[in-house]
Design a protein. Structure first.
Length: 475
């Protein structure tokens, strides 16, 4: 067998093997091991902080010359880890992976010179995730000619930063790539830990003229005064914005979006902002929002829902999580306004579900076009309420009930009787749902492709049917 199959055919077979089977391939023969390594295009590695691990990285990567995607993270963080070790690792990657397109590098901050080395050695790099220390420069980005996705975490580790080294690196990078504004190819930008003192953001905002998606995490500012003024320059074609735990800047960013961005289609705000700032954005915005995802326990109420019903009646997706102050009145008004367009609704851990009996039935009657429904982590949701909604939602393809502890077998029977188009279901942590009900569900759901449930709740019959019907099971 080893001599009959040509190299190309063996590699094609390796590509089609399930992940759990690939480890056995390398044990067949040296030829199979060599060909398997040549066929590998994606790796995820956890490195120990010891020098031996870092030194062995380059020889290991050299056995996988066609890597296009690489994720590197430390097995543990130790006080002895420094940016020096991060630079050594990054230089090893640069020298060994010429075809790299995606790099996720979760180590200590790297130097500007090591980034320039990466750009020269990996010209096809389109996605990069790294850490930088303060103060920082972004001029090195000009040398990444193909970079579309950029994710940066800013850190200030005590004893790590050397100002003389930074200034030297910055001067070298400026000499190589110039100091003027640029037009970067970046379309997706994610920043974590930015501050109001980050003056270098001024250049970044001005240079990201092709930005389509912006994500800010745990950010306290969008730069100094000049940076704030330049921020609007990257908003013109922006389509998606995510603001996670950015309470100090949410209102300012939302106001800039309302005034300067008409192309926005998706907005996510988690754990931050104010009632007034959010209401101002909804009222002033002239964009055609299609998706809204909010986790605002104390900053979202019926006034916001009523404003959305008036201004955002083209929504196709509405996701609300842990929103304590909304009521059935606000949700029903919103549902009536969006009855012809809303395809996805999520009410995750929203106590209005248990506070107002009959709410789900009314929502179901108004939202008959729903394809995706997420009621996860509503621990007090009972069979009667869910069934009353499912009777009207006949077009559902995805249903998430994870953590709904009071649901029983009766709810499962209603699922396959009312929802004939279900393709994906999550019923993990539903204590009242038993083995027999899951077996019936698998047998009677003709379009089911994926079920998320505890392994011990699958009978032998259910397992056999998941295999025969090619249904993916996720524990």
């Amino acid at each position: 067998m080893d001599t009959i199959l040509c190299d190309e055919l063996l590699q094609e077979i390796f590509h089609r093997l399930p992940p759990l089977s690939t480890s056995a391939v390398s044990l067949v023969s040296r030829r199979w091991l060599r060909l398997y390594r040549l066929s590998v295009t994606s790796l995820s590695l956890r490195l120990s902080p010891q020098n031996s691990s870092i030194l062995s990285l380059s020889p290991f990567l050299s056995h996988h010359p066609y890597l296009s995607s690489l994720t590197l993270s430390p097995a543990t963080f130790s006080p002895g880890d420094t940016s020096t070790s991060s630079d050594h690792i990054l230089l090893s990657v640069a020298s060994s992976c010429p075809y790299l397109r995606n790099l996720h590098f979760s180590f200590y901050p790297v130097s500007l010179l090591s980034l320039l080395s990466l750009s020269n050695s990996c010209p096809q790099l389109t996605s990069l995730s790294i850490s930088l220390s303060r103060p920082h420069s972004f001029h090195w980005l000009v040398s990444f000619l193909s970079l579309k996705d950029l994710s940066i975490v800013f850190t200030c580790v005590s004893g790590e930063f050397d100002s003389e080294e930074f200034n030297s690196d910055k001067e070298n990078s400026n000499e190589m790539i110039g100091n003027s504004d640029a037009e970067l190819p970046i379309e997706n930008l994610s920043l974590s830990g930015t501050r109001a003192c980050d003056s270098s953001l001024n250049w970044l905002w001005r240079s990201c003229k092709k930005l389509k998606r912006l994500q800010l995490r745990s950010c306290e500012g969008i730069g100094d005064t000049a940076s704030v003024s330049s921020f609007v320059e990257c908003l013109n074609g922006l389509q998606e914005v995510e603001l996670r735990t950015c309470r100090t800047i949410v209102d300012r960013v939302l106001l800039k979006l309302a005034e300067n961005c008409k192309s926005l289609t998706s907005l996510l705000v988690y754990d931050g902002g104010s009632k007034e700032g959010l209401l101002q954005f909804i009222s002033l915005s002239r964009c055609n929002l299609l998706k809204v995802d909010l986790r605002l326990p104390l900053d979202l109420d019926n006034n916001h829902l009523l404003a959305m019903a008036e201004n955002f009646n083209g929504l196709s997706t509405l996701r609300l999580q842990s929103c304590c102050l909304i009521t059935g009145e606000g949700l029903n008004t919103l549902a009536v306004a969006m009855s012809n367009g809303l395809e996805e609704l999520a009410l995750i851990h929203c106590d209005v579900v248990k506070r107002e009996p009959g709410l789900l039935a009314t929502l179901g009657q108004n939202l008959r076009r729903l394809r995706k429904l997420d009621l996860s982590h509503n621990a007090m949701l009972v069979d009667k309420e869910l069934i009353s909604m499912l009777v009207s939602c006949n077009n559902l393809s995805e249903l998430n009930l994870r953590g709904c502890k009071w649901l029983s077998n009766v709810a499962v029977v209603s699922m396959f009787k009312s929802c004939k188009h279900l393709e994906s279901v999550d019923i993990r942590a539903c204590c009242g749902i038993e083995v027999e009900a899951i077996e019936l569900f698998v047998l009677n759901s003709p379009r089911l492709k994926r079920i998320q449930v505890e392994e011990d709740k699958l009978s032998d019959v259910a397992r056999m049917w998941t295999l025969n019907k090619f249904i993916e099971v996720v524990d």
